[in-house]
Design a protein around this ligand. Structure first.
Ligand code: IPE
Ligand code: IPE
Ligand code: MG
Length: 255
């Protein structure tokens, strides 16, 4: 397959798998509905095909030696969609966990779920807990699923947790710093994303990882999510490698 010739990412001189890779790639998987509409298919078909793209993305991330892959699968605002679509998306999540958990576990993938657990149907919560518990000892790729997730809501929950500690007398307000807040986010212990990819041509963050993306690089891809494959992933990484991250400092060429 010509894919080998495209391995510009892992074939840079002196690079092995994982070396030089962003440690954490986060993806806003957008465009399932438009993918389906273009084909005269129901939106559900786009979501169903989107699950196949998820499997490809997880495989590619593991092959490339990326340590953390975060996938935005359902936002705190997606409840605004018609009840049937919300129910379809919940059904696909359940099916994904039931069908794919054993494979993920066998592949040494560690699963973490971020987002609010409150308000989820009673049959979903235990599935999420099971996915995390079964895979917690795994040492390969960490797959972070952002489900019922909103960045602002996550920050509010962290602030509430800190405020409770202050009220109980265990925490001095002056001791609250960025590290203390981070420790109370759903992503505690996970490094900030180096790269955020959004498919479908939209160029916005839609309440994704609001705190964590302060210095992430963003790559926007015109393709709809169901078409996302290894070549698209590698092209996004190649774009990332062209970027110069400065974190508020000066260009390496300027010093
Ligand atoms: C992404 O595709 C999946 C979710 C947001 C759950 P969309 O469903 O947003 O598809 P478009 O953006 O309407 O095409
Ligand atoms: C963002 O996509 C949420 C997910 C990909 C899960 P949306 O399609 O919900 O975002 P907006 O509404 O276009 O900003
Ligand atoms: Mg969308």
């Amino acid at each position: 397959m010509s894919g080998e010739a495209k391995r510009t990412v892992a074939a840079l001189p002196g690079e092995g798998v994982g070396e030089g890779m962003p440690a954490h790639v986060a993806i806003i998987m957008d465009g399932n509905g438009r993918w389906a509409a273009r084909r005269g298919l129901p939106r559900f078909e786009g979501h169903r095909r989107g699950v196949e793209a998820i499997r490809r993305a997880v495989r590619t991330a593991g092959d490339l030696g990326i340590r953390y892959l975060t996938l935005y699968s359902f936002s705190a605002e997606n409840w605004r969609r018609p009840a049937q679509e919300v129910s379809d998306l919940m059904g696909l999540l359940k099916r994904f966990v039931r069908h794919d958990l054993a494979d993920l576990h066998a592949g040494n993938v560690r699963v973490r779920i971020i987002g609010a657990r409150e308000g989820l149907a009673p049959d979903i919560r235990p599935l999420l807990d099971e996915a995390e518990q079964l895979t917690q000892g795994n040492t390969g790729l960490t797959l972070v699923i952002a489900f019922n997730y909103g960045g602002r809501q996550e920050i509010v929950r962290a602030v509430q947790a800190l405020a409770r500690k202050v009220r109980e007398g265990g925490l001095d307000p002056e001791a609250i710093d960025a590290a203390a807040l981070e420790a109370h986010l759903d992503t505690a212990g996970i490094p900030d994303p180096d790269l955020v990819i959004r498919t479908s041509g939209e160029q916005r963050v839609s309440n994704f990882l609001t705190w964590q993306t302060a210095y992430s690089e963003f790559v926007f891809i015109p393709d709809f999510w169901p078409d996302f494959d290894e070549a698209t992933f590698r092209a996004a990484l190649d774009e990332y490698f062209k970027r110069e991250r400065r974190f508020g400092g000066l260009s390496a060429r300027a010093v």
